[in-house]
Design a protein around this ligand. Structure first.
Ligand code: FES
Length: 309
């Protein structure tokens, strides 16, 4: 008999869940539906799962491992070490254990190895000198590093654990920055560009709190230490504001994400996007870039120039 006390109330759909099994079925169904809706995977995809060690990416790893058992696909774990003392080391430990437990190959790199800096070193530079929050460097470098590792693994898809909350935050951040280009990069379907492994986000329709509950109810191992720099970035402020909005007006996050999808998928704007994103190559790494040097290496050069002064 199901308990009378719900384990979860899905406010935007006015729906109650009374058992772990019922909740798990909902999560798996939702992830499968999102994958199918946007044709994220082929039957035999080679999927590199970007795993930081936090609850979202660890849940993604365990869910994909479960779903993909039905298919002749391959899974790899890719992990980027940010070099944040007391945080990155714990992440690495969690990810290595998961690789052993699930028997999946693990590919690792670090910002130090790729860009000569780690995030602790960036954070030690005064804000006047570095101009941006550590999160800015971390976000741009992570994107580059994940693609680098996915290419190295021979993957044809990179799966990231971005949730509905993350997507809504990103759209709003880019509206505030006036960056249509960045919103147009948020394609819900895998896009083919030379040297860039197509990205998929199977959690893009799940609330962060749903992922957290899934991790908790299913004893998914993860690093629960928060990143010490998380609150310094613009995303943090938007995140807090959006929580309030969602609480008062359930469905707000979905509305923002649907709005972003409409912008991306409407053909005329999409064609314009192709023009805006005309592909050049970064003169340092050779990866596609809007300018002559990609953002990841632009930030690295910026720090090096400052250090030389
Ligand atoms: Fe850790 Fe941004 S640097 S959350």
């Amino acid at each position: 008999m199901p308990s009378k006390t719900p384990i979860y109330y899905k406010k935007d759909a006015n729906r109650y869940f009374y058992s772990i099994e019922e909740f798990n079925r909902y999560i798996i169904k939702k992830v499968k539906k999102t994958i199918n809706k946007w044709r994220m995977l082929e039957i035999d995809s080679k999927i590199a799962v970007a795993v930081s060690g936090g609850k979202d990416s660890m849940s993604l790893l365990y869910i994909l491992e479960k779903i993909e058992r039905e298919f002749p696909s391959e899974l790899y774990i890719i992990h980027v070490d940010e070099g944040i003392k007391g945080y990155s080391d714990k992440n690495l430990e969690v990810v290595k254990n998961a690789s052993r437990e699930l028997g999946l190959p693990l590919y690792i790199t670090s910002y130090r190895e790729l860009f000569d800096y780690n995030i602790d070193k960036v954070a030690n530079i005064s804000i006047d000198e570095r101009r941006f929050a550590p999160c800015t460097f971390c976000g741009v470098w992570r994107r580059w590093a994940i693609n680098y590792l996915a290419l190295k693994a021979g993957a044809d898809r990179v799966a990231t654990a971005h949730s509905l909350d993350d997507e809504a935050q990103t759209i709003l951040m880019n509206i505030l920055k006036g960056s249509l280009e960045n919103i147009l990069k948020l394609k819900p379907y895998p896009e083919r560009v030379d040297n860039i492994v197509p990205r998929i986000k199977p959690f893009r329709e799940l609330y962060e709190k749903e992922i957290a509950l899934y991790a908790m109810l299913n004893n998914i191992p993860y690093n629960d230490i928060p990143c010490p720099y998380a609150e310094e970035g613009m995303r943090w402020d938007i995140r807090i504001w959006l929580y309030e909005q969602e609480d008062q007006r359930p469905g707000t996050l979905f509305n923002i994400v649907r709005f972003g999808e409409r912008i991306v998928t409407q053909t005329c704007i999409h064609e314009k996007a192709k023009e805006i994103q005309r592909i050049n190559k970064c003169s340092i790494c050779g990866f596609p870039s809007a300018k002559s040097v990609c953002k990841a290496h632009e930030l690295m050069l910026f720090l090096k120039k400052k250090a030389m002064k």
